[in-house]
Design a protein around this ligand. Structure first.
Ligand code: GLY
Length: 328
């Protein structure tokens, strides 16, 4: 029988984990009194960019079984990964400088357990493989050839992720081979999705082909817990899109959720996290956008540049919204 995450943790728990957790918890702040009072009973799904189909797919899963947050996230994101016209995610994603499409994705459940794949090649659905890492391995991240071997062992089919369009664009790019990461001020990027059900349970996922024409070997923020995605079942969840290097250096989604823990409202937490990035970096031509939700279903969004939009579904309503931005 394969060693799963839960077996592995059980094994460690008896030796190391329990004393460590006890000593950490002693110094933690108590949650605020009203944190767990849930008045909003709606299912809510938020996705970065105009990914309405992904949202509706996820909401359809939750309408059938609102406890199945991971399937909602996975199936929602699968729609974007399979879309050849989205050139920042999955099939049809722009390749790196060597012409290879390399994918990053992660998923987190309501308990904060995570699965992730980085630098995965030739598999259309990295979010599904990430979910398998969460559910069927003792690890959090599998990378590169190891992730591909695992995907194959799990029965996923190997495919060529380049399309005629992405090949033609790459051939054009090669004529100058100039690399200037002008990131997605108006264009689509990574899909980050966060979902909450009517009893305040939350999960999230993130999937991308990363920066176009990046160096071979580059991994961005999207598969890294606390950078591209973070879920804390007690307080909230957040996901990010845009130039991954800045999100990585600032632990942006972890910061947002940690600010919720310290009493920020969800919009202020998003704004503070983006302002931290701006304070430390020259962000004149750079985009980073975040979306977040707290346990009660309050939502927030903010970006460095204008033009970052996101889809919110709640109950029967799905709307495309433009986030407020630092530069107007
Ligand atoms: N945010 C996607 C990336 O930088 O790879």
């Amino acid at each position: 029988m394969p060693l799963t995450r839960r077996h592995f943790q059980k094994l460690l728990g008896s030796v190391i984990t329990i004393p460590l957790i006890k000593s950490c918890r002693a110094s933690e702040e108590k949650p605020q009194e009203d944190t767990h009072i849930i008045t909003n009973k709606n299912n809510i799904v938020l996705s970065t960019w105009n990914n309405q189909r992904a949202n509706l797919t996820a909401m359809g899963v939750l309408d059938t079984d609102n406890s199945d947050l991971l399937t909602a996230i996975e199936k929602g994101i699968n729609t974007v990964e399979a879309d050849p016209n989205d050139m920042s995610v999955g099939y049809g994603g722009r390749p790196d400088r060597d012409g290879n499409v390399t994918l990053d994705a992660c998923i987190m459940d309501k308990n904060g357990e995570a699965g992730s794949v980085t630098y995965l090649q030739n598999y259309m659905h990295p979010i599904s493989v990430a979910r398998k890492v969460l559910e069927s391995t003792p690890h959090v991240i599998l990378s590169g050839s190891g992730a591909a071997k695992f995907a194959s062992e799990q029965g996923y089919e190997s495919v060529d992720l380049l399309t005629d369009k992405s090949k033609a664009e790459y051939a054009e790019w090669l004529k100058k081979a100039e690399y200037s990461p002008k990131v997605n001020i108006e264009r689509h990027d990574t899909i980050g999705m966060i979902a909450r059900n009517g009893i305040g349970e939350m999960s999230g996922g993130c999937s991308t082909s990363g920066l176009a024409y990046k160096m071979a070997g580059r991994v961005g923020d999207s598969p890294i817990i606390g950078a591209g995605l973070y879920v804390d079942g007690e307080y909230g969840c957040a996901t990010a899109t845009g130039l991954g290097e800045l999100v990585l250096e600032n632990c942006t989604t972890f910061l947002i959720v940690e600010l919720l823990r310290h009493g920020y409202d969800v919009q202020s937490a998003c704004e503070e996290a983006i302002k931290r990035i701006i304070k430390k970096n020259n962000t004149k031509d750079i985009q980073v956008g975040v979306i977040a939700m707290d346990i009660k279903g309050n939502t927030g969004a903010y970006s460095i540049q204008k033009g970052f939009n996101y889809v919110k579904s709640e109950g029967k309503n799905t709307t495309l919204n433009e986030a407020n931005s630092y530069y107007r």
